[in-house]
Design a protein around this ligand. Structure first.
Ligand SMILES: [Ca+2]
Ligand SMILES: [Ca+2]
Ligand SMILES: [Ca+2]
Length: 576
């Protein structure tokens, strides 16, 4: 009965997990700091309480009923539903009292101490301040819950993962994030038969998980006469002439894999707006939540570089991987998304070792280096001192390239991708309503940015700010860093790969999207107001593909004349 806290629980779990990813997207190094953790707890609380409030409004129900509704929407997996009910049980009665007394989510969360204003710190709020003074309103709210027993529960700093039944799954997620290798991988070849927790959503599915000499991307062992050693679905002999199919269809076709070294944008960080928009919320809304949580809120299986599933939006473009596969079916399953939320030129060294390529046994690869934001983006109030300098970038990237040179098979290609000019974010979004603000026209992106910035959990306080000087400064640094990458590509040489540089052509994407009748704001993730969304990701992939095809066709290899024969004999080659 007393279940209104489902929502809060869900929200907290969602928030804690998502916000941790978000936080790390902001500033990986700082993710363990207390202020971050407090900030995320606050954001989480405000989001959940807002959703509860809006669900009551949309369904004309009580707050109690609204909390129960939210919990009922959540899947049982990962104990999401249970956690939700537990939270309702813990905090529901206080939330009911406060919301019914007309307090908004900011006031509720400050009263319940999920948000804290420390001495000397500004007051962080998502909604406009109450008409009566903040101090007065907060005091009034505190009186309402004064005798409540729930105030004894810990708030910020308390981690959802400390709940005993969540500890195990938290541990799993943590481990796969830390190592960026599959959690389930019987033969330890870094390829998995399990989709999430860094499994085949991130790199080609292992077709034999009890043999570490069998994995996507390797050169066929003895022409794959007896087994499919490289998981591309091609093996055996043609009964007509006894020639092995790998030899017949793939020899001389120059197979190659695609590897992305990226950040949250490359991994396709995405929080579906249905998770926040009360008016659209239904029993189906949270269906993908467990999958998303175990993928760190990333959707690499639908990303522009390594995605193998079709886009959910109506866009026909394919990922770079699917284009390479279409060009040469021998490339089937040869993709690796080595990306991490919060990744930058600096912290890539922590997880680049998760890359799998054997210099002697495997096919060459195309590596796209796309650290597009975190060298200039962080959540600090003054982000400038923490931005990467051009000198530092030069040395970080050289370190990465040296690592690649000692791990990539000869004949590989590396493309350094530039940084975008993020000023279009503020310019195109600040006046628009955030999904949370659409019902009552009360939360704009400007408000969201300022709330996140105030809590120091903004994914990019240099661009997501009303301070034009700061936005310009951030763009200038991004441009300097792009120039540095270009300089590296034109002046440095490596024995095992050719090196190229390409601009991050967001302006070209916007123009392309306009030509199709779209608006620039439709290219940004609606919930975080920061990441390129699925459409943008696929348009960028198309843009990159076309340029490479035009300028450096050798990177993509030849069209395989046997593609249709491969389809005839092997169908979908075992799928993905
Ligand atoms: Ca394996
Ligand atoms: Ca294997
Ligand atoms: Ca094969």
């Amino acid at each position: 009965m007393n279940s209104p806290w489902k929502a809060l629980l869900a929200a907290r779990l969602l928030l804690l997990l998502s916000l941790h990813s978000w936080a790390s997207a902001v500033s990986y190094i700082d993710q363990h700091s207390t202020s971050h953790s407090n900030g995320h707890t606050c954001v989480g609380c405000v989001l959940v309480v807002s959703v509860v409030e809006q669900l009551a409004q949309v369904h004309n129900s009580t707050i109690q009923a609204s909390m129960e509704r939210l919990c009922s929407y959540l899947p049982k997996k990962l104990f999401l539903k249970t956690t939700c009910y537990l939270m309702v049980h813990k905090f529901g009665s206080d939330i009911i009292k406060l919301l019914e007394a007309g307090m908004n989510a900011d006031v509720v969360c400050h009263t319940l101490e999920f948000c804290k204003q420390n001495t000397g710190q500004p007051l962080c709020h998502l909604y406009l301040l109450p008409r009566e003074s903040w101090k007065f309103t907060l005091e009034k709210a505190r009186q309402i819950v004064k005798k409540s027993s729930t105030m004894q529960y810990p708030r910020s700093g308390s981690n959802i993962c400390s709940l005993p039944f969540l500890a195990k799954i938290c541990q799993k997620i943590k481990l796969s994030i830390t190592n960026s290798v599959p959690y389930k991988d019987m033969d330890s070849d870094k390829y998995s038969v399990f989709p999430t927790l860094r499994g085949y959503h991130w790199r080609g599915r292992d077709c034999n998980d009890s043999d570490k000499t069998v994995y996507p991307g390797r050169r066929p062992d003895n022409w794959d006469i007896h087994r499919d050693s490289n998981c591309n679905g091609i093996w055996g002999k043609d009964p007509k002439d006894e020639i092995p199919y790998e030899k017949k269809f793939c020899e001389g076709s120059q197979p190659r894999g695609i590897i992305l070294l990226g950040d949250s944008a490359g991994a396709h960080f995405h929080i579906p707006p249905e998770w926040l928009a009360a008016s659209q919320m239904s029993l189906n809304s949270f269906f993908s939540l467990p999958m998303a949580i175990t993928n760190e809120l990333d959707w690499p299986q639908r990303s522009g570089v390594t995605g193998f599933l079709d886009a959910t939006s109506r866009i026909e473009e394919k990922s770079i991987y699917l284009r390479l596969r279409r060009r040469n079916h021998c490339n089937h399953r040869d993709y690796q998304n080595i990306s991490r939320n919060g990744a930058s030129s600096h912290n890539l060294e922590e997880f680049i070792k998760s890359l799998s390529r054997n210099q002697l046994l495997d096919h060459p690869a195309i590596v796209i280096y796309a650290m597009i934001g975190n060298d200039v983006c962080n959540g600090q109030t003054d982000p400038v001192p923490k931005m990467t300098t051009p000198e530092k970038l030069y040395s970080n990237v050289m370190q990465t390239l040296k690592y690649l040179n000692s791990h990539l098979p000869n004949g590989s290609h590396v493309i350094l991708y530039g940084l975008p000019d993020g000023t279009f974010l503020w310019d195109n979004l600040h006046n628009r309503y955030h999904p949370l603000g659409q019902l009552n026209k009360d939360v704009t992106y400007a408000q969201l940015y300022s709330f996140l910035g105030c809590l120091q959990v903004s994914p990019c306080s240099g661009w997501l700010t009303s301070n034009k000087t700061l936005r310009t400064l951030t763009s200038e640094r991004a441009e300097q860093l792009s120039k540095t990458l270009k300089k590296i590509a034109t002046s440095e040489k490596f024995t095992n790969f050719n090196l190229f540089y390409m601009d991050f052509a967001f302006q070209e994407i916007i123009e392309e999207w306009r030509r199709r009748g779209g608006q620039p704001w439709q290219l940004i993730e609606p919930v975080d107001g920061f990441h390129p969304n699925e459409v943008a990701s696929f348009l960028l992939a198309e843009n990159l593909w076309k340029k490479v095809q035009l300028q450096w066709p050798q990177v993509l290899g030849k069209e395989n004349p046997f593609n249709s024969q491969i389809e005839q004999v092997f169908g979908d080659q075992g799928g993905h």
